[in-house]
Design a protein around this ligand. Structure first.
Ligand SMILES: Cc1ncc(COP(=O)(O)O)c(C=O)c1O
Length: 369
């Protein structure tokens, strides 16, 4: 019997009957967007849940990156990672900023801080690292470099919802951090996102920027954009917060099952939890060493698909391999050898709160065979 399709993720959707009262209230209030009741409530609740003081919610996770660059007036060149989703680099391009790719650390798949300094030029104004798979970057070292050279740091924390290090939110680091609440993420608002900053004046400026630059009924203070989150999604976000911890716990159990079974297989490696870190188990990447495993990454990926298991090769191809960026000097493969090696060996296994033991068992058996 062909087993049902198992996808890399499944959206966290609370029971419909729990959402109906929120909808009824929105219908009653007749206030659909523009800093409404649920928008304000969600910002308060997220600040509380994430352990940050200033957060501004957005309509998706890309506009906050674009807005962060505008708010901090970043120009020239920005050092970033090729091992991410394209939105990271696209946000630089949309601001007329030149991305400068720096290689990653194979242990975390994050920007390698030891390679940043060599890429700094007189035009460099910021560093934009990504906490890939929700694994914290080496934030201390990155800040040290930023302070030494007078650079801004904007973290793309799209994968890092709820991640803490020694009890402190990862979002506290850098000048700003951005989040994505896309349907595929650990916590979602269908589409959505947020920008975290560290003071009230900056939050005010971000709120102007996400509302066309309006600073009052008749005053526009910047060429802003429409990045606002509407009331339905904000209400859904509030409800989602009641369910996200349970979903993360379930994901953790899946990670434990995977690790326990995969550790015996030669040529398959994976990442362990980092001491002191509260992980969110947003992804479960494995890395295939073709020689040792006896099969290529792509063959395993196809074999999984034949069995209705849909992993994803995040992040292959690298951003630096796409036509828009491959002409840049820093996109040269020689500059990014670790990134290439990782991108050519990775498969993200299905990882979500609804995976059953039999699905996880089947995935493990296919890899073991
Ligand atoms: C690392 C990273 N940055 C940015 C984004 C963009 O977020 P969104 O899809 O919510 O615009 C995503 C995911 O979608 C992502 O994975």
């Amino acid at each position: 019997m062909q087993h049902k399709k198992t996808t890399v993720t499944s959206p966290l959707i609370p029971p419909l009957e729990e959402f109906i009262p929120y909808l009824e209230d929105i219908w009653e209030r007749k206030w659909l967007t523009n800093n409404g009741h649920y928008h304000k409530e969600l910002e308060k609740a997220l600040a509380d849940y994430l352990g940050v003081e200033y957060i501004s919610v957005f309509t998706n996770g890309t506009i906050p990156i674009i807005t962060a660059l505008q708010a901090l007036r970043v120009t020239g060149e920005v050092i970033t990672t090729p091992y991410s989703f394209v939105a990271t680099t696209h946000s630089l391009w949309w601001n007329g900023i030149k991305p400068v790719f720096v290689d990653i650390d194979p242990k975390t798949c994050n920007l390698d801080p030891n390679k940043i300094e060599a890429a700094i030029t007189p035009r460099t104004t910021a560093i934009m690292p990504v906490h890939v798979y929700g694994n914290p970057c080496d934030t201390e070292k990155i800040q040290e470099i930023a302070d030494k050279y007078g650079l801004r740091v904007i973290y793309d924390a799209a994968h890092a919802f709820g991640v803490t290090v020694n009890g402190k939110s990862i979002l506290e680091w850098g000048d700003m951090s951005t989040l994505s609440f896309h349907a595929t993420k650990t916590y979602n608002t269908f589409e959505g996102g947020a920008l975290v900053c560290h003071d009230a004046i900056t939050k005010q400026r971000i709120d102007y920027l996400k509302n066309f630059g309006f600073a009052g009924e008749t005053t526009v203070v910047a060429p802003g954009i429409n990045g606002k989150m509407d009331e339905v999604r904000a209400a859904f976000g509030l409800l989602g917060l009641k369910h996200v911890d349970k979903a993360v716990e379930k994901r953790k159990q899946v990670a434990i099952q995977y690790r326990e079974s995969l550790k015996e297989i030669p040529g398959i490696s994976f990442m362990e939890d980092i001491p002191g870190v509260r992980h969110n188990y947003s992804y479960f990447p494995i890395f295939v060493d073709e020689n040792e495993y006896g099969m290529s990454r792509d063959s395993l990926y196809e074999k999984m698909k034949e069995n209705n298991i849909y992993g994803r090769r995040y992040f292959y191809p690298l951003i630096s391999q796409f036509a828009t960026y491959r002409g840049l000097d820093s996109a040269n493969e020689k500059n990014l050898s670790v990134s290439h090696e990782i991108a050519d060996s990775v498969i993200c296994l299905p990882m979500h709160h609804e995976l059953t033991d039999s699905e996880v068992g089947l995935i493990i058996n296919i890899i073991k065979e």
